[in-house]
Design a protein around this ligand. Structure first.
Ligand SMILES: Nc1ncnc2c1ncn2[C@@H]1O[C@H](COP(=O)(O)OP(=O)(O)OP(=O)(O)O)[C@@H](O)[C@H]1O
Ligand SMILES: [Mg+2]
Length: 277
């Protein structure tokens, strides 16, 4: 058995649930309803990495960098120093500018920062703002992307798309973009593109409902390598934070629901034994 290299999240109680850490290069989806701790989880993953020699990038689509950093400071993490030392890069995607070439931007930032970890906050925000992005199709030239004639030339293909789709574009690297993807297709493509970056990614997204692990797009949970679900369950008159590892490819992961806390020091996951004692 070839052992996988694992990236420790450093989140107390969490790495034990997944055989010591996230397999390097994996896309981990962190799904949860509002306020379930997704951003905190992502920040802690980057801060722990940064303090142990692995640089990271926090990609925020919604919150300004200042807000994200303020949240981290509340946990006592000196993100200002880490940022100054180049160990964490906070990247706010400017959603007011059209045709954002997100993946080229990420590629450049990762290279410049020598980043090994990336947090994407969030996939749901990406889908909501889809019109601002040039959406990558990783177009290779001849692969029919939907029901186009086989062996269609790029030009013929392009015309066909112009006829059928409202907008179509090409980025400097020749990747074809168009608007009008279904939400499923958007999520699928973003996950594919994030996987190509070479970093170990934590992709945050919104849960569709309280009980289930389904994402709003309904597809990212299938295409990501691992899925962690965070809940804020109403039990009696109180909400209790719980999480579960729904899947982790190549890993013998915990199958339990674990209680966790968000304290002044960040997230702490409790072993299942404590819950089921
Ligand atoms: N410093 C802190 N100490 C204790 N609890 C905190 C602290 N900071 C945040 N929390 C708790 O964490 C919750 C929000 O966490 P977080 O922002 O990580 O969730 P989220 O899932 O990213 O939310 P959203 O859906 O808004 O993006 C807060 O509602 C609060 O209950
Ligand atoms: Mg958040």
């Amino acid at each position: 058995v070839i052992s996988l290299e694992r990236v420790k999240t450093g989140i107390p109680g969490f790495d034990e649930l997944i055989e010591g850490g996230i397999p390097k290069g994996f896309n981990i989806l962190l799904v949860g309803q509002p306020g379930t701790g997704k951003t905190s989880f992502g920040l802690q993953y980057l801060v722990n990495g940064a303090m142990n020699g692995e640089n990271g990038i926090y990609v925020s689509l919604d919150s300004p960098n200042e807000l994200v950093k303020a949240q981290a400071r509340q946990f006592g993490w000196d993100v200002d120093a880490l940022e100054k030392e180049g160990k964490i890069t906070f990247l706010k995607i400017p959603l007011d500018k059209p045709k954002i070439n997100l993946f080229d931007m990420l590629e450049e930032e990762i290279k410049a920062a020598h980043a090994e970890r990336l947090v994407f906050d969030s996939l749901a925000d990406f889908a909501i703002n889809i019109d601002q992005f040039a959406t990558p199709l990783a177009y290779t030239g001849l692969t029919p992307l939907w029901d186009v004639k086989e062996q269609a030339t790029l030009e013929a293909d392009k015309e066909y798309r112009y006829e059928t789709m409202a907008t179509l574009d090409q980025d400097p690297k020749g990747r074809i973009f168009y608007k009008g993807h279904s939400e499923k297709r958007v999520a699928y493509l973003v996950v594919q593109e994030l996987a190509k970056l070479g970093t170990t990614n934590m992709i945050l997204t919104d849960a569709k409902d309280e009980e289930h692990a389904n994402t709003v797009d309904g597809v990212s949970e299938y295409v990501c390598d691992g899925v962690v679900v965070v809940y804020n369950q109403l039990i009696g008159a109180k909400r209790v934070r719980t999480m579960t590892v729904l899947k982790m490819r190549s890993s013998d992961h915990s199958k339990y629901i674990h209680d966790f806390e968000i304290t002044k020091e960040g997230i702490k996951v409790k072993p299942a034994e404590e819950v089921y004692k």
